[in-house]
Unconditional design. Sequence first.
Length: 256
Amino acid sequence: MSLSEHIQILRDDVRAILKNDPAARSIAEVLLYPGLHATLLYRLSHGLWKRNVPFIPRLISQIGRFLTGIEIHPGATIGRGFFIDHGMGVVIGETAEIGNWVMLYQGVTLGGTGKQRGKRHPTIQDDAIIGVGAIILGDITIGRGARIGGGAVVVKDVPPHSTAVGVPARIVAKRDPTTGVIRRIEILPDPEADMLRSLRARVIDLEQRLTELEDVTDHHKLEHEVGAHEPFTPNPWASLDENGLYDSDYTLGAGI
């Protein structure tokens, strides 16, 4: 790769920062970004790595990690226009492949699974965005223009122009690359709305039970009021005869 190509890649890396970070107001400020420092050190170490230079590429990688908090293995493949925003805690493994104009936020891990050799880290295609703290594991592919939500754990391929969130990550939306229209695939959980619906159902149930209790109370009250207006039996010891009729001759001790 010629010097002019290296300069063009550097320009694209700076342009990516200016494009994606509204806080970057000038090239002078961009030169202070640790993500840019880590990317420059990576490109130096990667050039030596491809030339099979021993030890030095890993040394440069560790110096970059010490200075920026970003660890990029010199064997990783990263395209132009690469932007790591904030950067602290980012880890990119040896066989990871990253396309052009990809953006990573802090805490992202592009890690491998198992101890096998060969391709064991993710492939991130062009224009993808990986959210804060996302973990992408194994030899999987994040499609072109895909979005990975913050804190997601991705262990399966993500189709192009899709949005994946959750642990483990699942596809919740797809975006039309030509119109930009987003089509929801899955409704995200809303704990607060679920709690409000549960409380509403509980209130309705309590109101129904209270209404039933009031009906029973009113019925007993009515029976009590009717009983209070009935004539008092002259003989408190009177009873009913064998035919169920009132027997006024029944007295205390009768039949004993």
